[in-house]
Design a protein around this ligand. Structure first.
Ligand SMILES: Nc1ncnc2c1ncn2[C@@H]1O[C@H](COP(=O)(O)OP(=O)(O)OP(=O)(O)O)[C@@H](O)[C@H]1O
Length: 251
């Protein structure tokens, strides 16, 4: 039986139409191709506007490729049924402030078809996991930025997803949030779940990711392990330096 890749991009190009009459089309992603294996954590890196969020949006069926093919959990991304098996941490997540964390998680889990019995077990466990158990009945409007980020991670896990897509999930988090995120992703990977992690933090990417996909101006300029990326520059230089070389088109 052919292997089911949780994520596959095949020669994917995405052009955005002009936002005003007479404006130019924008090429956000150009001929990108790579696959992610089950249980892998793949970091998506690159400078601002290099196309990382657009790749995440394509993977989540939030937009369609101009050309090429996107596959999610073994099915074309156009098959939205597989979205029920995906967890998404959006960049700068915002949730309705008048809901409590428990209400939000319960609502989102129900949308993914999680039964009431499972929700009653899973939601307190999730709140506990992200350090919000004692805050579950407070309106989200009272949460700090770091707490909202923890809630964003909890909501992505509410459907016990097979694939996690995280877009800069550490923004606004303190050190304990970082450590928590790392533990959650390592546990998810051990359980066979797959993760695509957009980050600007080379240290986090190096510690967590099996492979890195590095974009520059919409093109994939590196795909491989953090060690392989480091080995492209002088030994002893940091992964961040290797990434800067790639950004500059030098490596
Ligand atoms: N909805 C849109 N309409 C038009 N252009 C867009 C749209 N979304 C993104 N773009 C453009 O596509 C390019 C890639 O943007 P994208 O947000 O994917 O990059 P990114 O690597 O995630 O950036 P950042 O690190 O700043 O979040 C940019 O030039 C951006 O202006």
């Amino acid at each position: 039986m052919p292997q089911e890749f949780p994520v596959a991009f095949e020669a994917v190009t995405k052009r955005y139409p002009p936002s005003r009459p007479g404006g130019a089309w924008r090429e956000a992603v150009i001929e990108v191709g790579f696959r992610v294996e089950p249980g892998e954590i793949v970091g998506l890196l690159g400078p601002n506007r290099s196309g990382k969020t657009t790749l995440a949006k394509l993977l989540l069926s939030l937009c369609r490729p101009t050309s090429g093919r996107v596959t999610r959990l073994g099915r074309p991304a156009s098959d939205r049924a597989t979205l029920a098996r995906v967890g998404y941490v959006p960049e700068r997540a915002v949730f309705p402030g008048h809901l409590t964390a428990t209400e939000l998680l319960s609502y989102l889990a129900a949308l993914s078809g999680v039964s009431r019995a499972v929700r009653r077990r899973r939601i307190p466990a999730l709140l506990d996991r992200v350090g919000l158990l004692d805050r579950g009945r407070e309106p989200i409007s009272q949460f700090s930025k770091g707490m909202v980020q923890r809630l964003a991670i909890a909501q992505a896990l509410a459907n016990d997803p097979d694939l996690l897509v995280l877009d800069e999930p550490t923004e606004g988090m303190d050190l304990s949030g970082f450590v928590l995120l790392e533990e959650i992703l390592v546990d998810a990977s051990r359980a066979g779940k797959t993760a695509v992690l957009i980050t600007h933090l080379p240290g986090l990417a190096e510690r967590l990711c099996d492979r890195l996909a590095v974009l520059r101006s919409g093109r994939l300029v590196f795909l491989g392990s953090p060690t392989a990326l480091r080995s492209r520059t002088d030994p002893g230089r940091s992964l961040g330096s290797a990434l800067l070389d790639l950004d500059a088109g030098a490596a």
